[in-house]
Design a protein around this ligand. Structure first.
Ligand code: PGA
Length: 267
C-alpha cells in the first residue's frame, strides 16, 4: 500500500510569525479532525507542509509532536559557496526539512529554471538525503495541441536523467497541469488519472514494475475539500499538492479528512 501524501505548498505566503499562528490553529483542527491523527499514526496518510525556507524553523518548533513533516519549495544544487540568495540541501537538513519541491511550474515558467538545472537540483537533493517532490505538467496550449504526454515525458526523462532505481525511492512525482494551478480550474478526475497512469507507465519503462508500483504520484492544481475525494479515488493518484487551500488550517484539514474518507479506489 502506498502511503497517501497530502501536501500543502504555501508558496510565498506566511513568514515565521504567521506560521506560528497557523500551527496553533492547526493543532486545534487536528484534535477535532475525523481520523487524520489515526491515519498518520498507522502510516495510511502523510501530511507535509512546504513552507517558505525562512519559516521552516518556526514551523518545526510550533508543530512539535504533531504528525506532520516539512519541506522547502526550492533548493540550490551546490552545498555552499558564493551563491547570494540561495539555500543548500545541508541547510534544509539543518532546518529539519525532509522534503523539497523541485520543478514547480512557477519555478519553470516565472524563474525560467531549465530541465538541466532541475536535474542538478534533484540529484543534489537525493544525494543529501532529502525526498524530492518533482513536478511535471503541461501548459494550456500544449494540452490543446495534444502534446501533453510529450511534454511530460520530456520533463520526466530530463529531470530524472542519471537517477537510478535506488535513488528513485526518494522521489515523488506531482502532476500539475499549469492551466489548473491557482485558476480554480481543476483537471477532471479522468484527465488527472489518465496522466498519472501515464507517469506510472514512464516509471515502469525506465525503472521496472516494482518501482512503478512503489512510486507515489500526486495531482496538484486547484485542489480543494470539495474535489479531494473524487481525485483521491483514482487508482494512480496517491496524494495531492495543494496551494491556495493549504493556507487555511480548516480547509487543509478537510482535504486530509476527505482523502481518507474517499470512495474505493477506481481506475
Ligand atoms: P493551487 O496550487 O492549489 O493554488 O492551484 C497548486 C500548486 O501550485 O502546487
Amino acid at each position: 500500500m502506498r502511503t497517501e501524501f497530502i501536501a500543502g505548498n504555501w508558496k510565498m505566503f506566511n513568514g515565521p510569525a504567521s506560521t506560528v499562528e497557523f500551527f496553533m490553529k492547526f493543532q486545534n483542527e487536528l484534535d477535532n479532525a475525523c481520523g487524520v491523527k489515526e491515519a498518520a499514526a498507522n502510516g495510511e496518510e502523510e501530511i507535509v507542509f512546504f513552507v517558505p525556507a525562512i519559516s521552516l524553523t518556526a514551523a518545526v518548533i510550533t508543530a512539535g509532536k504533531m504528525p506532520v513533516s516539512f519541506g522547502a519549495q526550492n533548493v540550490h544544487w551546490e552545498e555552499k559557496g558564493a551563491f547570494t540568495g540561495e539555500i543548500s540541501v545541508p541547510m534544509l537538513q539543518e532546518a529539519r526539512a525532509k522534503y523539497v519541491i523541485i520543478g514547480h511550474s512557477e519555478r519553470r515558467h516565472i524563474f525560467h529554471e531549465t530541465d538541466g538545472e532541475l536535474n542538478k537540483k534533484i540529484t543534489a537533493a537525493i544525494n543529501g538525503g532529502l525526498t524530492v517532490v518533482f513536478c511535471v505538467g503541461e501548459l494550456l496550449e500544449e494540452r490543446e495541441a495534444g502534446t501533453a504526454r510529450d511534454v511530460i515525458k520530456r520533463q520526466f526523462n530530463a529531470g530524472l536523467d542519471g537517477i537510478d532505481a535506488a535513488a528513485l525511492k526518494q522521489v515523488i512525482i506531482a502532476y500539475e497541469p499549469v492551466w489548473a494551478i491557482g485558476t480554480g480550474k481543476t483537471a477532471s478526475a479522468e484527465d488527472a488519472e489518465e496522466i498519472c497512469a501515464f507517469i506510472r507507465s514512464l516509471v515502469r519503462d525506465k525503472y521496472g514494475a516494482e518501482a512503478s508500483e512503489a512510486i507515489r504520484v500526486l495531482y496538484g492544481g486547484s485542489v480543494k475539500p470539495e474535489n479531494t475525494s473524487e481525485i483521491m479515488a483514482c487508482e494512480n493518484i496517491d496524494g495531492v499538492l495543494v496551494g491556495g487551500a493549504s493556507l487555511k488550517p480548516e480547509s487543509f484539514i478537510k482535504i486530509a479528512e476527505n482523502a481518507i474518507a474517499k470512495p474505493q479506489k477506481n481506475g
